[in-house]
Design a protein around this ligand. Sequence first.
Ligand SMILES: [Zn+2]
Length: 276
Amino acid sequence: MPELPEVEIVARALHNAVSGRKICSAKLLRPRLAPGSTPDEFARSLVNGRINSVGRRGKNILFDIDNGRTLLAHLRMSGRFMLLPPESDDPKFTHAVFHLDDDSRLVFQDQRHFGLMKVIDSSRLSEDIALAGLAPEPFSPEFSLGYLLRTLSRSNRSLKEFLLDQTKVCGLGNIYAAEAMFLAGISPRRRARNVPQRRIEPLVDSIRAVLSAALAEAETKTSDPVLIGEGIYGDGVRSDWLVYEREGLPCSKCRAPIRRIRQSGRSTYFCSKCQR
Ligand SMILES: [Zn+2]
């Protein structure tokens, strides 16, 4: 599943590719992609709207349309956008097609059928269920030492589970959570409320550092104008993780073997010597 840095790159690529374009038609080929509306309603709410900009909140991609609406898209496991010229056919697993006023068309393709879209009144965007409960963005000023101190102190769960909770920390997935805990030297098994106060600032810095590094790396990849964000899906951007998927390999700091445990049904990788 794409994590926050990958979704950010897709949103930026979409912004560059389609902002300013008018939507001439919007076809929902798989109605369950947008379960909140019929294909007709979906089309009517978008057609003749011009795309002002494309942004992101959490892992939701937001197309701001000049008719007062916002198209929200979530890639989930395998959703992807493609900008296709008129002469090419729709690829397999095409679930939505948007014809644009320059004769190109934006296609949403999703092999695993978990992607989601909906059209929301832009004035009520912050109240929408997909966005209302989201924690502050990791790079926003709201995601501060004080914020994390308060929120950690109220949680009885393990730090790993805490970091994956999108209502506490926004946009941190399994990979980056493991990497950030390693950089901050905190055990994933430690209860959130027991994280020592002096470790919280390093944790904020580590979360930002792993996300920045992933964004910087993703930015260097040449973006294919047809396959938007292609090449950055799957197991995240980097292949040289510090702990992620390194079970049994030596820790880069102390050479002890990296361990893997299960937490809430998902693997956590960590060094039991460096992370306390
Ligand atoms: Zn170590």
